[in-house]
Design a binder for this molecule. Structure first.
Ligand code: SF4
Ligand code: SF4
Length: 458
């Protein structure tokens, strides 16, 4: 693609990078067929190629973009399906990240839109505030029908009750069982530890059982992914820097063999830290070192090898590969191979390349499109007739579970009924259970998983 940036514009590192990306695009349009928003809306402006043109135009002109450009960029899920499809190696992720930061810096959003985005950006990465907000959401649930669409969607996704904080998430060291094979740091995350503390607990049990010492490092809380994808660079960089500093102390102290991430959306961001801080002399080297150590928990377990299952597995599991897992990190086989090694039958979901609509904060900020994508995903999952669904990213787990329990066809959490109540769990919860941990609570009372809890305790 031809570009027309001035020399002054190209003095800016981000613009230089985007220009190089834009020049790789040959307008072939292969990416449109695999783009979820184009699949639903059928509008070229909501396709990757259409968005690339709009970003080029916006960056070349500089200054505030037209409303329509903001609308079409906001509708992008950052699912990166287009990157998997593109034969020319266009790095759409870095391009759209730059576009979002440009919009955030130059565009004045309507007050309600700004307020919703600020609320999400402040609440979700702060576990204390997020917990309080969820408790408040439980009280506000009866008023859902009276609220604006976005607030209603937020309430629909909020759980009916909030689990207490897990002691596992406190800074400290979880020693390996038996001889120590590896020493790793675990990203305990922000929203995940509030909504689903059992995921970190299962991860720690699974790793320590396999001879891995797990460090929960003080200050390594939020990776900055949520705010980064909203274009809020200052907030994102502050979170990422605190996390990098914390892990750097561990690396330079007792040392780390890996940094384990059990939310693939966060993993994609941590693996990109080297790029994010490439122009920052104080952080470039530290960030690249941290990025080089980052591993999804299934990558690490695949390397270590899973112990033989100790419970009667064999249930059919529909494995949902999060976009950040399959497109962002290009991890495909390890989670499936581990589930099979644990004795489960892995069912492939049709149109697995399409996003479930979670996409970080997308289901909160674009509830209608997210609801449509969720309905399609839940129908595709149900067509495989599984006993449960497994995924490696909390956003997808929350999104699919909300659809499976009856909100799939109403958009914005819908509540139209008809859901199967299919349990949705994190992959590590199944691996932990199969190798000696407790049965995931979501599986309790499910016929296919009954009669196996006793042997799990042994
Ligand atoms: S990231 Fe996803 S939604 Fe955005 S343009 Fe690419 S395929 Fe479409
Ligand atoms: S597939 Fe790649 S080169 Fe072709 S239009 Fe899409 S981004 Fe451009």
């Amino acid at each position: 693609m031809q570009t027309n940036f001035s020399l002054a514009q190209l003095a800016d590192a981000a613009t230089r990078e985007s220009e190089a990306i834009l020049r790789k695009c040959v307008h072939c349009g292969f990416c449109t067929a695999t783009c979820p928003t184009y699949t639903i809306l059928g509008d070229e402006l909501d396709s990757p190629r259409g968005r690339i043109y709009q970003i080029k135009d916006m960056l070349e002109k500089g200054g505030p973009p037209p409303e329509s450009t903001v609308k079409h960029i906001d509708r992008c899920l950052s699912c990166l399906s287009c990157m998997t499809t593109c034969p020319s190696g266009v790095h759409y992720m870095h391009l759209v990240d730059h576009a979002r930061a440009h919009i955030e810096a130059t565009h004045s959003r309507p007050p309600a839109d700004r307020a919703a985005r600020d609320l999400v950006a402040r609440l979700l990465p702060n576990p204390r505030l997020f917990r309080l907000a969820l408790l408040g959401a439980a009280l506000g649930r009866p008023l859902r029908g009276l609220l604006p669409k976005r607030l209603s969607a937020m309430l629909a996704l909020a759980p009916a009750s909030v689990p207490p904080p897990s002691p596992s998430d406190r800074p400290g060291v979880h020693p390996a069982e038996g001889p120590r094979r590896k020493r790793v740091a675990l990203l305990i995350g922000c929203a995940q530890r509030v909504l689903a503390p059992q995921i970190n607990e299962a991860t720690i049990r699974l790793l320590t059982r396999h001879g891995v010492e797990v460090v929960v490092s003080k200050g390594a809380d939020c990776c900055g992914a949520l705010t980064h994808h909203m274009g809020k660079e200052d907030l994102a960089h502050a979170s990422a820097k605190a996390t990098i500093d914390s892990w750097t102390r561990e690396i330079e102290g007792e040392g780390l063999d890996a940094i384990v991430v059990n939310a693939s959306g966060c993993g994609t961001s941590v693996k990109d830290y080297g790029f994010l801080f490439r122009e920052d002399p104080a952080y470039a080297a530290k960030a690249a070192r941290v990025a080089g150590l980052a591993r999804d928990v299934t990558e690490l377990m695949d390397e270590i090898g899973l112990a033989a299952p100790v419970v009667a597995t064999g249930q059919a599991i529909a494995y949902h590969s999060a976009c950040s897992m399959q497109h962002g990190q290009r991890i495909k086989e390890p989670p499936r191979a581990l589930l099979r090694a644990a004795g489960f039958v892995v069912r492939e979901i049709p149109d697995a390349h399409l996003c479930c609509g979670s996409a970080g904060t997308y289901n909160l900020l674009q509830p209608e499109l997210a609801g449509e994508l969720r309905a399609r995903k839940v129908a595709a999952i149900e067509s495989t007739r599984p006993d449960a669904v497994a995924a490696g990213n909390l956003g997808c787990i929350t999104q699919i579970a909300a659809g499976a329990r009856g909100g799939a066809r109403g958009g914005a959490g819908g509540g139209a009924g008809g859901g199967t109540g299919l349990p949705v769990v994190h992959t590590v919860e199944l691996l932990d259970w199969a190798t000696g941990g407790p049965r995931p609570e979501a599986l309790a009372g499910r016929a296919a998983f009954e009669g196996t809890a006793e042997s799990a305790a042994g």
